[in-house]
Design a protein around this ligand. Structure first.
Ligand SMILES: [Cu+2]
Length: 504
């Protein structure tokens, strides 16, 4: 521990906070590395699937995020039933978690126990599950209630997460601390020479505001949503990674309410993306910067082998304009990498990461006639999708689709005030087909458009003001009601959410 202190005891406020952040990070990383080591030694999924039984309690508590008074939080605590072969990492000192490691094909049985004084339901974000297991608000349970999820993980390896999806009560519980990760592996992913264990690190980025007594302050508004004045990673301030001269795999999750990030490395190294919401890309993609909106995830390849020991590199978000309100107008240091030891490294960036075939748009059943969902604003209510506020179980005629169909969906953001919206579809992952800046400010657009995280399998897509974005989605084999909504959680709670229905 470095002593930054100037007081006689060596602990001024700044020094204590810096050390606290680093210690929190160290404990987090250590716990995670050992959990991952245990996970990768499991029997391959191709020979046997495993039954994972997870008890998940939605509860409240306090965590020591900053010096002084602990912060009151909402959180999940997780316990695996004996005999479960998945691996669970609870994150000491963080409001986030737990992190469940599983494999494609595993049967996941989750018992949610709502020990909070409000209704609650959990959604496993990114998983292709039957509607009854999707955490629809119609399934939310009252205080003291329980809900049992039982489904097979059919998704490929990737970084998924779970969070509340309660009717009009998603944003604030997530803000108060409720969110966890589900990291899925499979044979294809295991066969790729990538950083693993202590070199494979999730970074959950969330902005927050604290009052003078270290409590979270929540001040949402209808336009920009909620923007904090500091950025936490994995629940810690000044999240610092004590790194070797090795290659790291960072799984970056934007778990913020509303904040969009324009991520860069402080030393000018380009951003190398190897994965998206639905796991590994077909091939690595190099970007000058990366736009990451709430709900979006990427996996980054970060190669520190040529950095001298003693180098400090920062993952930063840069200023950009035009996203709505003040979103993007403040730069932040997000996470710190301190390269403090030399280690040999043999990994090279694989030119091929996975079997990935782009859909052929001419194969879509509605080629030439996309299904259009406009973003507009209803006066007196807020932003809406497809012209109407969320209705618990209703669908409009143009929200009924057919199981297994490949379709082009077009989301337009040309009829509402200039606010960017991350649009998330439950059910199957999709591919981004095209973007057209129809009416957006060209200079604002030019400063962000080279960094959209559009590659690979997606479940959330950022739709910029003035844009028309087309995606290609093959609907799930599961029939029934699924949600699509804005992942600006404040907008979602205000009704920027609709059902679509998959018919047989
Ligand atoms: Cu929105």
């Amino acid at each position: 521990m470095t002593d930054h202190g100037q007081s006689p005891r060596g602990f001024d406020r700044r020094g204590f906070l810096a050390a606290g952040g680093a210690l929190g990070s160290a404990a987090f990383l250590q716990g995670l590395a050992s959990a991952q080591q245990r996970t990768v030694h499991r029997a391959p999924a191709s020979t046997a699937w495993q039954r994972i039984e997870l008890d998940l309690v939605a509860t409240s508590g306090t965590v020591q995020i900053r010096a002084g008074t602990p912060t009151n939080v909402y959180r999940y605590t997780g316990t695996l039933q004996p005999g479960s072969l998945g691996t669970l990492a609870n994150i000491p000192g963080s409001h986030l978690g737990p992190i469940l490691f599983a494999r494609t094909g595993d049967k996941l049985v989750t018992r949610l126990d709502n020990q909070l004084p409000e209704d609650h339901i959990v959604h496993f974000h990114g998983l292709d599950v039957p509607p009854a297991m999707d955490g629809h608000p119609m399934d939310q349970v009252p205080p003291g209630g329980t809900f049992e999820y039982h489904f097979r993980i059919v998704n490929r390896a990737g970084t998924y997460w779970f969070h509340p999806h309660t009717d009009m009560l998603t944003a604030e519980p997530v803000y108060a601390g409720r969110a966890g990760l589900l990291i899925v592996s499979d044979d294809e992913e295991q066969a790729v020479p990538l950083p693993r264990g202590a070199y494979d690190i999730p970074l959950v980025i969330q902005d927050r505001k604290f009052d003078a007594n270290n409590q979270f302050v929540y001040t949402p508004n209808a336009i920009e949503g909620f923007l904090g004045d500091r950025v936490l990673v994995n629940g810690f301030e000044n999240f610092t990674i004590s790194a070797a001269t090795r290659v790291y795999r960072f799984r970056v999750i934007n778990g913020s309410q509303s904040r969009i990030y324009k991520l860069v490395w402080s030393d000018g190294t380009p951003i190398v993306v190897i994965g998206s919401e639905g796991g590994l890309l077909g091939a690595p993609v190099t970007l000058p910067y990366l736009m990451l909106s709430p709900g979006e995830r990427v996996e980054l390849w970060a190669d520190f082998r040529s950095k001298p020991v003693g180098t400090q590199i920062t993952l930063r978000t840069q200023v950009f304009l035009g996203a709505g309100g003040t979103n993007g107008q403040t730069p932040f240091d997000v996470a710190f990498v301190s390269i403090d030891r030399a280690e040999p490294e043999t990994l090279v960036l694989p030119p091929v990461l996975s079997a990935y075939t782009p859909f052929n748009p001419t194969s879509a059943v509605n080629y030439g006639n996309p299904r259009v969902f406009p973003i507009t604003m209803l006066m007196g209510t807020g932003f809406v999708l497809n012209g109407a506020l969320f209705q618990m179980s209703a669908v409009a005629p143009n929200e009924i689709v057919k199981r297994g169909d490949l379709e082009i969906i077009e989301i337009t953001n040309t009829g509402a005030p200039s606010v960017a919206h991350p649009i998330h579809f439950h059910g199957r992952h999709f591919q981004v087909l095209s973007r057209t800046n129809v009416s957006g400010n060209p200079s604002y657009y030019a400063a962000v458009s080279a960094g959209f995280a559009d590659h690979g399998w997606k479940d959330t897509v950022l739709v910029w003001p003035g844009e028309r974005v087309q995606i290609l989605m093959r609907y799930s084999q599961y029939t029934g009601l699924f949600l699509y909504h804005c992942h600006n959680l404040v907008h979602e709670d205000m009704g920027m959410m609709r059902n679509y229905r998959i018919d047989p």
